[in-house]
Design a protein around this ligand. Sequence first.
Ligand code: SAM
Length: 269
Amino acid sequence: MVTEPPPLPPMDGETIDESSEDEATQFASVDPLDKIRSSYDIVAERYALELADDMARRPIDRGMLLSFSELVHELAGTPVTPVTPGVAAGSVVGRVDAPLVGDVGCGPAHIAKHLTTLGLRVVGYDISVAMIKQARVKFPEGELFVASMYQLPVPTAAWTGAVSIWATLHCNVDERLRSFKEIHRVVKQGGYFLHSFYVSAPDQPEGSTYHLTKWFGHAVDLMTYFVGIEDAAAEMDRSGFDVMAALVREPISANELPARRCYMLGKRR
Ligand SMILES: C[S@@+](CC[C@H](N)C(=O)[O-])C[C@H]1O[C@@H](n2cnc3c(N)ncnc32)[C@H](O)[C@@H]1O
């Protein structure tokens, strides 16, 4: 179902128009992936500035990432890195014996960076060249590359787990299934997949779509999909993952889009 979207309440900075005429006309391309790539290329710097250092203020999100990392360690037979609340654990960057996981649609790589502090070796992929550039600035030791979530340059069953955090927001159901099946291919049997997505927002029911045309003051062209929890669980199941847990949270900061969100954890069959 597609609803006519009333505007979402603006995020910080959204009302300031920093777009140029060039920006507004560049979305003439009809390829949805090009629109996503171009949109994130434009907002990458602001996105990284506003959101990439937020992990310390996201205890709920960190809880799900910790659960994911512990399950991955259990499967890999590697020791869980002890985490003292408020104290950063040692990073495993450069350690090849740590379990390998992927961050699909990694953006500025703050999730990838956080997961390395939990003892995982993380490789991050994103379709936006500008995002990967920001990611390499924010996380210079990281293994971060440009690639599409539909065609990961990764051997079959190479990863013990994968995360895809707010990265399928602009995918319709067919595109989400395509991405999940690709993630299913690269995650080994029994491995884990942590996916997060928007459930609903004021005036945006589950299953509706919102056309985001301005973000951080820039012209963008991003269809944004809200997915009900049962539908998301069915999509995971269809893609070969048994759903283990789903955590719903409300937006927690002014620079997040004001949407109810869900983290869903699955185990690969
Ligand atoms: C909302 S951001 C989330 C970034 C990061 N995971 C985070 O938690 O902040 C969505 C990211 O997904 C990337 N993305 C969207 N579609 C993609 C695709 N088909 N393949 C790879 N990356 C994609 C975008 O370029 C963008 O960096």
